[in-house]
Write a protein that binds this ligand. Sequence first.
Ligand SMILES: [Zn+2]
Length: 267
Amino acid sequence: MKPIVIAEGTPEERWREWPEPARWPELPLTDAGTPLIVAPHPDDEILGVAGLMATLGRAELVAVTDGEASHPGSTVHSQTDLARIRRAETDEALRRLGLGDDTVIHRPGQPDGKIDEEPLVELLTGLLSPGRWCLATWREDGHPDHEAVGRAAARACAATGAVLLEYPIWTWHWSTPGDTRVPWDRAWRVPLGQNARKAKRAAIEAFPSQIAPLGPAPADAAILPAHVLARFDRPYEVVFRPAVDGGPAAVRNKTDGPAQVRNGTAR
Ligand SMILES: [Zn+2]
């Protein structure tokens, strides 16, 4: 994994100046069905694919952890408090995206910071089926939990014939435009309309425990300050789709939806 270090990360202005994303193909949503969204921590699903969920108006969520380790040493909240608060924040965020009250959320309650891949593969395999979309954090996103979720989703998709789409989160922080460690040649855009962007902003605001300090102590600082959130206010979202036989260029030249694509273990 790449280290998530540090300071400010790549400023959003640099990403906005990069012309390449405008050339990435648009992801056709016709075969999206009710996608299975897999989030390592409460808020990852919103940062990564809230616009997609708002556009579709439906999703099923696997909230792998309750995110209880976001503020080790907090002087305000215990880990039990944080887990409860963050679960409620996710519920509210999905409501703000316009998803129905009948939206299914699976909460296996895995430990934040120590996701165990094996039981997750088992859970996802039971929920996926051929052609179903599975959106998970990218296997090389640079956070151990995000990478474990990506690997588990890739294995479950390979076993079931589901369609794997990986969304980057911390990649926007540690990488830079054109970074050769990132599979830009597999990037697809999900353009967001005004309503979807508005819903996404409202959903992000549903996470005060992450976007605002819990208190004045350094251990209670915001996890997602404004310069980080700026990366998630773009008019599009990005997913990586695994290469298939013939390579990404061959896939892109087809007009088929992603449900036509067989997933393998290709990166
Ligand atoms: Zn996360």
